[in-house]
Design a protein around this ligand. Structure first.
Ligand code: ZN
Length: 241
C-alpha cells in the first residue's frame, strides 16, 4: 500500500496538481489540513481534493479561520486578509466540505493532526519541550502532522530522548515507533526549498519517502497579484520561507 501524505496546500493549485501528478498511483491520500489560506485558488483546490477517491482530510487553522471558528486576530495581518478574501468567494459546497473536516483522525498505526495531538488546530511542533510533551498525547506508534511547513521527523527513544532528522528526499527510510513525521507544505514550503513538498507512506513496510516537485510558481504569483492578495504571499514562494 502506498499513501500520499500532503499538508498545507494553502490554495496553491499549480503546486497541488504537480504533487498529484508526481506521486502517481496511490491507494489513499491523507491531507493534514490548511487546504486554503494565503493563496488565490481556494475553490479550485477544494474541488480537486473532494473529488479524489480515498481522501482523508483534516481541518487546519486557516480552514477554521475561513469557517469563522478562529478569530482573525489569531492570524498575522496578511494571513487574515487572505482569509477574509477566501470567505468572500468560497462556494457554499466548499464551505460545507471544510466544515465537515475533523481535527484529528486515527487510522491504523497513525494519528493524524494538523498541528499537534494536544492541540490539533493550533499548536506548532517546533519548540523542543512542546514536542516532548506531545508524545504523551497519542497512543499509536506514529503521528503525522503539518502546520510548520517543515519536513521533519522527531523520534522519542526508550530513554525519553527526542532526536530529529530531515528525511532525505527520494529515499525510503524506516520510521521508528514513537515518531512525529511532517511531510512539509505543498503550497508554501518554508525551508528555503521552493519546490512543493509531500511524502509517500508505506504502512506495511513502515517506510517514509520525502518528495519534492517543481511547479509553475509564476502562475500562482500572477494570480495573487491580479486578485489583490498581499504581494508578500507571492514573494515568499520564490524564496521558500
Ligand atoms: Zn499552513
Amino acid at each position: 500500500m502506498r499513501i500520499l501524505v500532503i499538508s498545507d496546500i494553502h490554495s496553491n493549485q499549480p503546486a497541488l496538481e504537480a504533487v498529484l501528478k508526481d506521486a502517481g498511483d496511490v491507494d489513499a491520500i491523507w491531507c493534514l489540513g490548511d487546504i486554503v489560506g494565503y493563496g488565490p485558488f481556494p475553490n479550485e483546490c477544494i474541488d480537486r481534493l473532494r473529488n479524489l477517491p480515498d481522501l482523508v482530510a483534516l481541518q487546519g487553522n486557516h480552514d477554521a479561520g475561513v469557517l469563522d471558528r478562529l478569530s482573525l486576530t489569531s492570524f498575522n495581518h496578511d494571513a487574515g486578509q487572505a482569509i477574509e478574501w477566501t470567505r468572500s468567494l468560497i462556494t457554499k459546497e466548499n464551505l460545507e466540505f471544510l466544515s465537515s473536516l475533523k481535527q484529528q483522525i486515527v487510522i491504523g498505526e497513525v494519528t493524524l493532526n494538523h498541528g499537534s495531538p494536544r492541540n490539533p488546530i493550533w499548536e506548532y511542533l517546533m519548540e523542543f519541550n512542546t514536542i516532548k510533551d506531545n508524545f504523551s498525547y497519542y497512543s499509536t506508534p506514529y503521528s503525522f502532522v503539518g502546520h510548520t511547513h517543515i519536513p521533519i521527523l522527531y523520534h522519542m527513544d526508550e530513554n525519553g530522548t527526542v532526536e530529529w532528522k530531515i528525511p532525505p528526499v527520494n529515499e525510503c527510510i524506516p520510521i521508528p515507533a514513537r515518531s512525529f513525521v511532517n511531510p512539509g507544505s505543498v503550497g508554501q514550503p518554508r525551508n528555503h526549498d521552493i519546490r512543493a513538498a509531500y511524502a509517500l507512506f508505506y504502512p506495511a513496510e513502515r517506510l517514509w519517502e520525502a518528495r519534492r516537485v517543481e511547479y509553475d510558481i509564476s502562475k500562482i504569483q500572477e494570480k495573487i497579484r491580479s486578485v489583490g492578495l498581499p504581494p508578500r504571499h507571492a514573494m515568499r514562494l520564490e524564496e521558500g520561507w
